[in-house]
Design a protein around this ligand. Structure first.
Ligand code: E4P
Length: 217
C-alpha cells in the first residue's frame, strides 16, 4: 500500500519524506490556503521533495477552464497529478487528460457509482473521503470495499486513494479492504509508528541491556 501525505507544509513534508516511507503527496484548496503562499511555488517545492505523485487541484468548475488550469499545473513538474472534482465537468476534463497521458486524481467521491464513472473516464486515482462520510453517520470503509469490488469486477486500473483519513483505524481499515493508497495528515503518519507496548518493551530491553554492562560497538 502506498502512503501519501495530505499536506502543504513543506518543512513537515521534507522531514517525513526522510523516513523513506512517503510515496506521494495530496493537496487541496483548503491546504493551499493554510500554507498562505502561492500555489504554484508550493507545488513545485513539494515535487522536488517527493519524487512520487503530487496532486494539485484545479479551482475552475467548467471542463474547458479545468483543462486550462490542469495543463498549467501539469507543466510544473512531471510528477504533478491534476486533481479534479467528481462533477460532470470534472469527468469530462478527466477523460481529456487521460487522452493526453496526464495523470489525474478525481476527488470528493462519496458513492461507488461516482467511482465507477471516474474509472470509465480514465482517472488515475479516485479519492473516496472516508472521514467526511463517517462524520455523517455512513461507513467510509464500506465505500472503499464496494469500489474495490466494482473495479476488480471489470479490471479497471484506477487506483483507490483513501482520503479524508482522520486516524490510525482508518488507515488499517483502508488497507484491509484493499485501498491502493492512503493519504494521511502528518499527525496520523506520526501516530502510525506508535504503540504503548513498543515503548514499554523498549524501556525494559534498554534497562536489561544496561545491566549487562556490554557495548555492541
Ligand atoms: C485529499 O486528497 C483530501 O483533499 C483530504 O484528504 C480531505 O481531508 P479532510 O476531509 O480532512 O479535509
Amino acid at each position: 500500500m502506498q502512503i501519501f501525505l495530505d499536506s502543504t507544509d513543506t518543512k513537515v513534508i521534507a522531514d517525513l519524506a526522510s523516513t523513506g516511507l512517503v510515496d506521494g503527496v495530496t493537496t487541496n484548496p483548503t491546504l493551499i490556503a493554510k500554507a498562505g503562499r502561492p500555489m504554484l511555488e508550493v507545488i513545485a517545492e513539494i515535487c522536488d521533495l517527493v519524487p512520487g505523485p503530487i496532486s494539485a487541484e484545479v479551482a475552475a468548475t467548467t471542463a474547458d477552464a479545468m483543462i486550462a488550469e490542469g495543463q498549467k499545473l501539469a507543466s510544473i513538474a512531471p510528477n504533478v497529478v491534476v486533481k479534479l472534482p467528481l462533477t460532470r465537468d470534472g469527468l469530462i476534463a478527466c477523460a481529456a487528460f487521460a487522452g493526453e497521458g496526464i495523470s489525474t486524481n478525481v476527488t470528493l467521491c462519496f458513492s461507488a457509482t461516482q467511482a465507477l464513472l471516474a474509472a470509465k473516464a480514465g482517472a488515475t486515482f479516485i479519492s473516496p473521503f472516508i472521514g467526511r462520510l463517517d462524520d455523517y453517520g455512513f461507513d467510509g470503509t464500506d465505500l472503499i470495499r464496494d469500489i474495490r469490488t466494482i473495479y476488480d469486477n471489470y479490471g479497471y486500473e484506477t487506483e483507490i486513494l483513501a482520503a479524508s483519513v482522520r486516524n490510525v483505524a482508518h488507515v488499517k481499515e483502508a488497507a484491509i479492504v484493499g485501498a491502493d493508497v492512503v493519504t494521511i495528515p502528518p499527525s496520523v503518519f506520526a501516530d502510525l509508528f506508535k504503540h504503548p507496548l513498543t515503548d514499554k518493551g523498549l524501556e525494559q530491553f534498554l534497562k536489561d541491556w544496561a545491566g549487562t554492562g556490554q557495548s555492541i560497538l
